[in-house]
Design a protein around this ligand. Structure first.
Ligand code: NOJ
Ligand code: NOJ
Length: 578
């Protein structure tokens, strides 16, 4: 208690002075509490796992308001990525039993038929299951296609370690089938729409695209290492398409638009989480993969953080170069729409990851795009490259370190002495809200702390990637593309005699949204109406069908339909009128 009140006293002055040692103290006391909190939520023996089966992670023990007593594929994979990273990097080698249990549990979960389908018909996109490993059959935002990508990434990290330990037979017999199921799903379905990681917007989503891309790159490496080469060509092709599509989320206003649908600003922790979950220190500050220290990712971080300064009263009065509480996205109203621990910690982690790379490469680059970010720490800094022997490098990196620590200090300030972390903390008084003991909050704590300590996760192959779709950050958000794809649109629509179905959309070939010149479809296979058009390759195209009957014109309901065209060849899109 004495220690805690000392900590509080230090926190009070932390923003002006002594913040670094305050954060040091918080890291030291909170690390074991966060690890214990995380392990408590894993069955069968976790003290708060409420009877979950072996290896099953409960999102939170909270069973009412909100009821989180389920196991989400996403949360579980994020949690086990931490345990696997810590094990394989030698940070904590005490959790091998849990990791083995997780693997065994996912062998079962993958096979459970559920409302998204069976293992071969889309069931891998199911977001959550009951903690006894049966299907959850209630209404939900499904599918969520980030789950298989995150899970396979955690399993591949584990597989690579086991191969280095010469345990290849377990990898081939047990891990590989799981990984192959997930990555075939990713390769086949990535350009279908998905609910975002917040389970609300059904469109394409930056986080999902980014981690899908990463998962396939790692999958190709593992397949080659195991001699499982039959998947290599398909996974490589789709990885290339994903990397291309990833570029299209860039918004010329200087940030990443999180979702293609949803009708929001697009400023969203989705993008910061994507950056830290695809960190590869070997790739330096590569912008193509939105590495944490890339100019695109830093400009995005600044935009994201600033979006919360005026909407949470606990942030009021804080200068722009001082850390603030951040949440999922500024328009959020779920459980009151408050800051989240895991999103505030994600900002700190992106900054710690950046420091790792700048210190490793002994230089730092300020571009016109990242200039406003770096000006937070040195108003007179200009565009250029600063080596580690320069004063500017030292001013900027120590400024970034203080800024990063400020996000951890914000979390520390709203952590009770028990170390328990819920999902949210109040935007008006900082008290804990929503699901208690959120497992993901503990995972986010541990990864931020590890990054602060300079722990470098294993590379996944981001280094040296190229794409013909690279963005021009000065202007023009979309990827440049060459070539066309022949796309057949089929839509199931019941019509009355004399009524016809048309299509229009966001590109020239679809009449740039002009309903008067929309293209008519053929009813040769009624009730399937069809048309084949040449669309630009590697492009995100939005469109809608229209019904015309005499002078009346009816658009399909919102949102717009979206396809991401492949790099060439032909493509069939099957829709149902809505
Ligand atoms: C429950 C989901 O878990 C959460 O992410 C979402 O914000 C709310 N439903 C509201 O849609
Ligand atoms: C709601 C969050 O939005 C979602 O990302 C998470 O998977 C679930 N809660 C469970 O923690």
């Amino acid at each position: 208690m004495l220690l805690f009140s000392t900590l509080c006293a230090l926190l009070a002055v932390g923003k002006a002075w002594g913040q670094s040692s305050t954060v040091d103290a918080y890291v030291a006391s909170q690390s074991p509490l966060a690890k214990a909190g995380l392990l408590a939520n894993i069955g069968p023996s976790g003290s708060k796992s409420m009877g979950a089966k072996s290896g099953i992670v409960v999102a939170s023990p909270s069973s009412v308001n909100p009821d989180y007593l389920y196991t989400w594929t996403r949360d579980s994979a994020v949690v086990f990525q931490v345990l696997v990273d810590q094990f394989t990097l030698g940070v904590d080698t005490s959790t091998r039993g849990e990791i083995d249990n997780y693997v065994a549990s996912q062998v079962i979960i993958q096979q459970v038929s559920n409302p998204s389908g069976t293992i071969t018909t889309g069931g891998l996109g199911e977001p959550k299951f009951n903690i006894d490993e049966t299907a959850f059959t209630g209404a939900w935002g499904r599918p969520q296609r980030d789950g298989p990508a995150l899970r396979s990434t955690a399993l591949i990290t584990w597989a690579n370690f086991l191969i280095s330990e010469s345990n290849t037979s377990y990898v081939t017999n047990t891990l590989w089938p799981l990984i192959q199921n997930d990555l075939n799903y990713v390769a086949q379905n990535w350009n279908q729409s998905t609910f975002d990681l917040w389970e609300e917007v059904d469109s394409s989503s930056f986080f999902t695209t980014a981690i899908q891309h990463r998962s396939l790159r790692q999958g190709v490496q593992l397949a080659n290492a195991l001699g499982q080469t039959s998947v290599v060509s398909s996974w490589s092709t789709q990885a290339g398409n994903l990397l291309c599509f990833l570029q299209s989320y860039w918004n010329t206003a200087g940030y990443i638009t999180a979702n293609t649908g949803g009708g929001r600003s697009g400023k969203d922790a989705n993008t910061v989480l994507a950056s830290i979950h695809t960190f590869d220190a070997a790739a330096g500050c590569d912008a193509l993969t939105f590495q944490p220290c890339s100019d695109v990712a830093l400009s995005n971080l600044l935009t994201y953080v600033n979006a919360f300064r005026s909407i949470y009263s606990i942030n009021s009065g804080l200068a722009n170069n001082v850390a603030a509480a951040t949440g999922r996205y500024p328009e959020d109203s779920y459980m009151g729409g408050n800051p989240w621990y895991l999103t505030t910690l994600a900002v700190s982690e992106q900054l710690y990851d950046s420091l790792i790379v700048w210190n490793q490469q002994k230089s730092l680059n300020v571009t016109s795009l990242s200039l406003p970010f770096f000006q937070l720490f040195d108003a007179s800094v200009t565009v250029g490259t600063y080596t580690s022997t320069s004063t500017t490098f030292n001013t900027l990196t120590s400024g970034v370190k203080t800024f990063a620590d400020g996000f951890v200090a914000t979390v520390a300030e709203h952590t009770p002495s028990s170390g328990s972390l819920s999902e949210q903390y109040s935007k008006s008084d900082g008290s804990q809200l929503s699901a208690a003991d959120l497992t993901w909050s503990y995972a986010a704590t541990l990864t931020s702390f590890d990054a602060r300590a300079g722990v470098i996760p294993a590379s996944w192959g981001a280094k040296g990637l190229t794409s013909s779709c690279s963005i021009s950050t000065g202007g023009g958000g979309g990827g440049s593309s060459s070539g066309t794809v022949s796309v057949t649109f089929n839509v199931d629509a019941t019509t009355v005699f004399g009524e016809n179905i048309y299509i229009c959309g966001s590109v020239d070939a679809l009449q740039n949204w002009d309903p008067d010149t929309a293209l008519i479809l053929s009813a040769a296979n009624y009730p399937i109406w069809s048309i084949t058009v040449n669309l630009p390759a590697n492009t995100q195209v939005q469109y809608k069908y229209i019904r015309k009957f005499g002078s009346s014109l009816t658009w399909e309901s919102d949102p717009n339909d979206v396809i991401n065209t492949p790099s060439g060849g032909s493509f069939i899109e099957n829709d149902t009128w809505r």
